[in-house]
Design a protein around this ligand. Structure first.
Ligand code: C6P
Length: 406
């Protein structure tokens, strides 16, 4: 199947505008992706036709909203190769990981246990485990990152002991682009009896992901990084693990019977979806999945990889530009530093030419310390970006080199 990516670009109304007198180049896709018309119209259509609360009313609209909400759960399950009873709707990756830490974690982690993460984790996959370690007396350890920006797998044998009860790590690093060998790491964790959580924030919308094949216990992702709105995401929890998890938030819809003294909880995902959920978000996440599936994640991955390889090749032409992360086998983002330019100043400079980059620590402060930089500038791509946009970025960075020359 040959995809005409320039036609696909027409599906994204926001991309066709000028910023500061220049055509917008949106290279901040790792922070959030843009939304195709199909998704925007589905959101409007839901509010114009079907809006009602789910699982509550016995009227027509409530029935429609409930059916669409549950249909979307089936789509997420299929997208990840999971069962629909294993998919919990969340606000996004951050909430999914906090749910696991506070529900599974408080029930299973005790004093003396080890929670293992890596040095390249986003704060979302670090702070919730720090909180759990403080609550339980467990110890938090991390797998170091090599100078090439990959996990130091030689250290893993020493770190992965039988004390490790949870190994939580990022699938694709948002600061380095590294694609971690998830399947191998999960197998090694299982061999010592550890439960595994994969932070899928940067992988879910960019590559084929099958949780059964990966064999992880948990996989968390955010809809807004894969063409859906902000405020919705999902957590995959392996059936037998989910069945043993206590609720973490109490309220409506997660109970079967409530008395003053105590309550009885529902089974399955409903136990973890207290209160009115983001109904429209969940439904539209299903629409975004349809959109991505029609393109094919293997095609998206291939296109994004070619763009990234081209960006790396062209960026090598710029003197004084340091690129972070591995050369090969990386996700569709490039973080860099330009000699003499603070990342925030460089990002502001780029913005004056309509180029949206991200400058900052990208919520990976421990990694920044390892790299010995306060922050970096990052360009992150998605399937609607073009080589021509990369050429324009190169011209802007070349001009920046002169502008910021020490
Ligand atoms: N990274 C970035 O610009 P939420 O905020 O819950 O949707 O996703 C959090 C998150 C977790 N893990 C990884 C690997 C991530 O990249 C992110 C979000 C954004 O890189 C915002 S800091």
């Amino acid at each position: 199947m040959t995809i005409d990516w320039t036609t696909i670009r027409q599906d994204f109304p926001i991309l066709h505008q000028e910023v500061h007198g220049h055509p917008l180049i949106y290279f901040d896709n790792a922070a959030t992706s843009q939304k195709p018309r199909h998704v925007i119209e589905a959101l409007v259509g839901y509010y114009e036709r079907d809006n009602a609360n789910v699982h509550r009313g016995l009227h027509e609209l409530s029935g429609r909203a409930t059916d669409a909400y549950e249909e979307s759960r089936r789509k997420v399950a299929q997208y990840l190769g999971a069962g629909e009873e294993e998919i919990i709707f969340t606000r996004g990756t951050t909430e999914g990981i906090n749910l696991v830490a506070q529900s599974w974690g408080r029930a299973n982690i005790k004093m003396g246990d080890v929670i293992l993460v890596t040095e390249m984790e986003h704060h979302s996959n670090l702070v919730p485990w720090q909180m759990l370690a403080l609550q339980t007396g467990a110890t938090l350890k991390h797998v170091p990152v090599t100078d090439e920006g990959e996990l130091d797998l030689d250290q893993l044998d020493t770190l992965l002991t039988e004390q490790v009860k949870m190994f939580a790590f990022v699938h694709v690093s948002n600061s380095l682009g590294t694609i971690n060998p998830a399947k191998e790491l999960i197998a090694r964790a299982k061999a010592v009896g550890a439960v595994t959580l994969l932070d899928g924030a940067q992988s879910a919308g960019h590559m084929p992901v099958n949780v059964r094949d990966l064999d992880c216990d948990f996989y968390a992702f955010s809809g807004h990084k894969m063409c859906a709105p902000t405020g919705i995401g999902a957590l995959y929890a392996r059936g037998p693990v989910l069945a043993e998890m206590p609720p973490w938030q109490g309220g409506g819809e997660m109970i079967t019977r409530v008395q003053f003294e105590s309550s009885f909880y529902k089974e399955g995902p409903a136990r973890f979806e207290a209160g009115t959920p983001d109904i429209s978000g969940a439904i539209v996440l299903g629409e975004a999945i349809d959109y991505l599936e029609a393109l094919g994640r293997e095609h998206i991955f291939q296109h994004d990889s070619e763009l990234t390889a081209y960006a790396l090749e062209r960026m090598a032409e710029i003197e004084g530009l340091r690129i972070f992360g591995p050369r090969l086998n990386r996700g569709s983002l490039v973080a860099f530093a330009l000699e003499g330019a603070h990342p925030h100043d460089l990002t502001t400079y780029a913005n004056s030419f309509g180029l949206a980059l991200r400058g900052g620590h990208h919520c990976t402060q421990p990694l920044m310390r390892k790299l010995k930089v306060p922050s970096t500038t990052r360009a992150s791509f998605y399937f609607y970006n073009t080589r021509e946009e990369i050429d324009r970025m190169i011209a802007i960075l070349q001009a920046a080199r002169t502008f910021f020359a020490p």
